[in-house]
Design a protein around this ligand. Structure first.
Ligand code: ARG
Length: 461
């Protein structure tokens, strides 16, 4: 077993099971490229401030770049006795460049180092996830554009309420994704602050230049307080919150798709590229993809809870508990990434809206009842009076097995003399939708406007 970096202070050796228990190399190797970038910036800063010579910094940078090549070629695989990625890199660096490698950790602690790495990692992942949100939005928009005139029942309490344009329904998810995209942008700004130079907790005795290393790493600012710099994981919690919201949105859409694919709704059919069969029931075609997304949402929310609880009792400054932030964060990042990708594929090629079933669905119920009341209200009948009247018509029609469109002109007139021939036109599903032309409503003019705005947002117009 290799000698521990800190072992000179110790008499005995670490129990093998504790070595394993303590080590984070099994997962924090994920940070390696960011760790190398952080170290390169730190090395350059040490030279700029005269703490090491320019030649020494040059050697450090070359050695660190060589480790990058080795890692990318699959030739850097530190074992568990290396403890973590930071020690593993430092040890390999010293093997490669000799004693000068031991100078890299001057004026630095693993505490500000790991804080730097995690922020650099998350910044890159936020950029990736925001791009995936854009792809998801683009496919929603595409589907919306071809389905402005497709109508679908709108629900409240999962009871038929008023029909809406399918595009309007899809664009609701576009808006949720838009907020997710914005939220991640805001969190990116708070993630993009450098703790490097906070040292172990109290700063350092060396004349470092924190602004310079921050600038080299593309950070927008530096932590004002070293204790806060090494202890803060707010940005990770904020990210997990945003990640949870993305998953909530994907999960709601998933739930709708699962319902829509059921025989009871039959609003969509699943194509073979995104559905699976049953091992026993030959007739089954299962919506595994949305079900999995719905399931994975729970996992991401769990990570948010986990991180909140992890932090709540920690005294300042660094505590080893903080090593537990990584697996939660990495898993949440990956889960959001694969879920967004899967949902985008599902929308793009995994589902087909069953136009004839949707047309049938919006014509076969009383979801035009509000429009009858609105019709009377527009003719001067107080709305509540009109509402009560229509309530009675619905009751008698239901009993007679009729829909509102089946009532004769005499029946309408008997109900209220204000009814005229145009009532039939006013209660067609098309008209019911078209009439809701208030800003943000489902009226076709509004939906077309929303599509134009969405296109502009994605830079597509
Ligand atoms: N592996 C550690 C982590 O992930 C790195 C920081 C360790 N610092 C320390 N003082 N033990 O948090």
């Amino acid at each position: 077993m290799t000698k521990k970096t800190w072992s000179d202070r110790f008499e005995g050796t670490l129990h093998p099971a504790i070595t394993l228990f303590n080590a984070s190399i099994g997962f924090d190797i994920e940070l390696i490229e960011h760790d190398l970038n952080g170290s390169i910036a730190h090395g350059k800063m040490l030279a700029k401030t005269g703490i090491i010579s320019p030649g020494e910094a040059e050697q450090l940078v070359q050695g660190l770049e060589q480790i990058r090549q080795e890692y990318r070629a699959g030739n850097f695989n530190p074992g568990v006795d290396q403890e973590d990625v930071h020690f593993a890199v430092e040890r390999r660096l010293t093997e490669l460049v000799g004693d000068v490698g031991k100078k890299l950790h001057t004026a630095r602690s693993r505490n500000d180092q790991v804080g730097t790495d995690v922020r650099l990692y998350l910044r890159a992942q936020i950029d990736d996830i925001r791009q995936r949100l854009r792809d998801f939005q683009a496919v929603l928009l595409q589907l919306a554009e071809t389905n402005v005139e497709t109508l679908i029942p709108g629900y409240t309490h999962l009871q038929r309420a008023q029909p809406v344009s399918l595009a309007h329904h899809l664009l609701a998810y576009f808006q949720m994704a838009q907020r997710d995209w914005q939220r991640l942008g805001e969190i990116r700004a708070r993630t993009n602050i450098s703790p490097l130079g906070s040292g172990a907790l109290a700063g350092t005795t060396f004349p470092i230049d924190r602004h310079y290393s921050a600038e080299l790493l593309g950070f927008e600012g530096i932590y004002a307080n070293s204790l806060d710099g090494v202890s803060d994981r707010d940005f990770a919690i904020e990210f997990l919150n945003a990640a949870s919201l993305i998953m909530v949105h994907l999960s709601r859409l998933s739930e709708e798709m699962i319902l829509w694919a059921s025989q009871e709704f039959s609003f969509i059919s699943l194509t073979d590229s995104c559905a699976t069969g049953s091992s026993i029931m030959p007739q089954k075609k299962n919506p595994d993809v949305p079900e999995l997304i719905r399931g994975k949402a729970g996992r991401v929310m769990g990570h948010l809870q986990g991180m909140l609880v992890l932090m709540k009792g920690l005294p300042l400054a660094y505590n080893k508990d903080l090593q537990e932030d990584k697996e939660a964060l990495f898993d949440a990042v990956k889960t959001v990434q694969v879920s967004l990708e899967a949902m985008t594929i599902l929308l793009d090629e995994g589902i087909v809206f069953r136009q004839e079933r949707l047309a049938e669905a919006v014509a076969e119920d009383f979801s035009n009842a509000t429009d009858v009341a609105d019709y009377l209200a527009a003719k001067g009948v107080p709305f509540r009076e009109a509402y009560n009247l229509v309530g009675k018509v619905v009751k008698t029609s239901l009993a007679a097995g009729k829909l509102l469109k089946d009532l004769t002109m005499e029946e309408w007139q008997a109900l209220h003399p204000a009814f005229e021939d145009d009532i039939y036109q006013a209660i067609t599903p098309q008209q019911v939708v078209a009439a809701r032309n208030s800003y943000g409503g489902t009226g076709f003019d509004q939906v077309n406007l929303a599509i134009a705005n969405a296109k502009a947002e994605l830079g597509l117009s």
